[in-house]
Design a protein around this ligand. Structure first.
Ligand code: ACM
Length: 263
């Protein structure tokens, strides 16, 4: 199967054009699983919760989700994308998994980063695995990478591919995701954005790009640059993620010393 990321450069608040531009890249990729960045439809740096609630969308009726579903129907692809979700008076930093038959699942970001804590409600959806066609996928969002339990929980449930919409500003994640991949023997797809935002004086955010696909052996199968919008699709064999042996005598899940772990 072909797995892909789309690396974008959204313009803050321009939901319709951000969505249309990102979605226009999907058909050309000819991939069966495609990951888009965190908050791909709105941009990242909200000035207030009020502004966030105005730009966030209800699921599945919001513009971004509807457009993603149409693209999934037209191409047969499964798509994971990060967006601002409105649920009553709350807003979540969410990721949706959509397929040709509609919205399959929503994941709400568990580990909010920095000022996200002031405006988003922290996620209440467990780390869970879903079927995307023939493969099992899990979702986590950006800063969740720093909490290895997120990827481990997904892998223990049988995730073969971890889909990871991101808006990275710190430099560590691309290298760290190689380890998340290796220590769980899964594929990962991190879709990040590029560009800058300074909607709050003195808080310039530079997004690092370097979206990537990693393999269960810790190979970087594709990696984007840090400056431009890019999309890349790579051929992967998801069955590789079912094999947890790292030597003939070491199954990395069976070898876990749960009797010695305190949490
Ligand atoms: C992040 O979680 N957007 C860094």
């Amino acid at each position: 199967m072909k797995a892909a990321f789309v690396q974008t450069s959204p313009v803050f608040g321009e939901v319709q054009s951000n969505v249309d531009k990102a979605v226009s890249k999907i058909a050309k990729l000819d991939a069966s699983l495609i990951v888009l960045p965190e908050l791909f439809s709105t941009g990242y740096q909200f000035r207030s919760k009020k502004e966030l609630l105005e730009l966030a969308e209800e699921l599945p009726s919001g513009y971004a989700t509807r457009t993603l579903i149409e693209a999934a129907k037209a191409t047969g692809a499964y798509i994971v994308a990060g967006l601002a979700e409105r649920a009553g008076k709350k807003a979540y930093n969410s990721a949706v998994l959509v397929g040709p038959r509609g919205l399959i699942a929503t994941y709400r970001k568990a580990h909010l980063f920095w000022d996200e804590k002031k405006i988003f409600t922290k996620g209440d959806t467990p780390f869970k695995v879903y079927k995307a066609g023939k493969v099992r996928v899990g979702m986590m969002i950006c800063f969740d990478w720093l909490f290895p339990e997120a990827a481990r929980t997904l892998a223990l449930q049988g995730a073969q591919i971890i889909c990871h919409p991101s808006n990275l500003v710190l430099p560590y994640c691309p290298q760290a995701m190689i380890t998340r991949s290796l220590e769980n023997r899964v594929f990962t797809i991190t879709a990040n954005r590029v560009g800058t935002e300074e909607r709050v004086d003195g808080k310039l955010l530079k997004f690092i790009g370097t979206s990537q696909v990693t393999s269960p052996d810790g190979e970087v199968l594709a990696r984007a640059g840090s400056k431009r919008e890019e999309a890349s699709a790579v051929e992967i064999d998801p069955a590789r993620a079912r094999k947890k042996l790292i030597t003939p005598l070491n199954d990395i899940f069976r070898d876990r010393r749960k009797d010695l772990f305190s949490n």
